[in-house]
Design a protein around this ligand. Structure first.
Ligand code: PLP
Length: 400
């Protein structure tokens, strides 16, 4: 079996976690703030707020920006559901902006068109959440320019791309956004088991996100409505959650962060090799915008529709039946029944639909070997005989 993604854990990582287990604090110690400072500093952002997942980070980011029942939030349809769910958690309305045909990120052209229509209808979004798919940054300068013109805030869903760059600057710098969000799930670039972080240059937003992460509770007199009753005192001033990261997770994150640049360099090496050995003319390989340095969380190929050799479903099924655990990132969010009930029409998103009909994520992780890549390439290029009938292949579809 070759998975599509997996973590890369060193002895040093294990030692870092073990050290916490022998220390006084498993959570709410010094390592979470240290990890926040380290990530913020890596990204050249002022502040980091660590939480227990990117999903939580997206939620507290929306709350900090004041997203509520009357508000509209836009994101890309080609993303994990969490990029849209965060707005629904706040009671807001979600809509989607179609993707760019080359990067598969939110299309700036489609965004601009939708903004013009929305302005006329008085339905402009409060927040737009661009998603840096596969680790490649969106066209943030253009989205930022539109945010100034139409008055929306930007949360970057940077779950795929810690270690990536846009115009030479680390993703997460928030140069073109209010907040950026990272995921540290094991399939992502670095891991804390589960975990996430929001970076920002705005101390007010950071403070609000920190409140929402921990029940909406404040502990300093200057944040309270009156003088503390005594040394035991704290106040709940908002309705928050327990979204805290533990020191055990932060220790792993700090240790992983040391190897982040090596991880991303290795992912580029793997991508370069795939580019060389995937040779069939009916394949579309990942296009790289020269303004970006991807973190290469995913290596996405497209099986061009109506090619005479193999169709999308056939190739996907063949790969899985060969023990290559490919995936499809992602089913367009509006296609999920929960979102279908809101009345979305697939015809409104032709590029996302075309992508969904063609995309496959090949295995991509730092410990993937050249031999494993060759096995994947032989299968994709149709050089491996698969003597199974369609009927036999069907059985494999739901195994993984
Ligand atoms: C993984 C992912 C998330 C959610 O991350 P968690 O840390 O698992 O909550 C959100 N958005 C995108 C684009 C992701 O890939």
């Amino acid at each position: 079996m070759i998975p599509y993604g997996r973590q890369d854990i060193s002895e040093e990582d294990i030692q870092a976690v073990t050290d916490v287990l022998r220390s006084d604090f498993l959570t709410q110690g010094k390592l979470v703030p240290a990890f926040e400072r380290a990530v913020a500093s890596y990204c050249t952002a002022k502040l980091g707020v660590a939480v227990n997942s990117a999903t939580s980070a997206l939620h507290v980011a929306c709350l900090a920006l004041g997203v509520g029942k009357e508000d509209i939030v836009w994101t890309s349809p080609i993303t994990f559901v969490a990029s849209a769910n965060c707005a629904i958690y706040c009671g807001a309305t979600v809509d989607f902006v179609d993707i760019d045909s080359r990067t598969y990120n939110m299309s700036v052209e489609a965004l601009q068109k939708k903004l013009i229509t929305a302005k006329k209808a008085g339905k402009l979004p409060k927040v737009v959440i661009p998603v840096h798919l596969a680790g490649q940054s969106c066209d943030m300068e253009s989205i930022f320019r539109l945010s100034k013109e139409y008055g929306f805030a930007i949360i970057e869903d940077a779950s795929h791309c810690i270690g990536g760059k846009y115009k030479g600057v680390p993703i997460g710098s928030c140069r073109y956004s209010s907040i950026a969000v990272f995921s540290f799930h094991p399939v992502k670039i670095i891991t804390t088991g589960e975990g996430g972080m929001a970076t920002t240059n705005d101390p007010v937003l950071a403070k609000r996100m920190a409140h929402f992460r921990s029940h909406g509770i404040v502990r300093y007199a200057d944040e309270m409505t009156h003088e503390p009753d005594g040394p035991w005192f704290y106040q709940q001033i908002d309705l928050g959650f327990n979204y805290r990261m533990t020191d055990i997770q932060a220790a792993l994150g700090l240790s992983q962060l040391k190897r982040l640049d090596d991880f991303v360099a290795k992912r580029h090496e793997i991508a370069k090799r795939y580019n060389e050995i995937l040779t069939e003319p009916w394949l579309t390989l990942p296009w790289q915008d020269p303004d970006t340095y991807s973190a290469f969380h995913l290596y996405i190929i497209r099986v061009q529709e109506n090619n005479p050799i193999v169709n999308h479903l056939q190739l996907f099924t063949m790969l899985r039946s060969a023990g290559i655990l490919v995936n499809l990132h992602y089913i367009p969010v509006y296609r999920h029944p929960f979102y279908q009930r809101m009345g979305f029409d697939v015809a409104d998103f032709p590029e996302a639909e075309s992508y969904y009909a063609e995309a496959i994520s090949l295995p991509m992780f730092t410990t993937l070997t050249a031999e494993q890549q060759d096995i994947v390439a032989a299968c994709v290029n149709q050089k491996t005989a698969v003597d199974k009938t369609d009927e036999e292949l069907k059985g494999f579809q739901n195994i993984f």
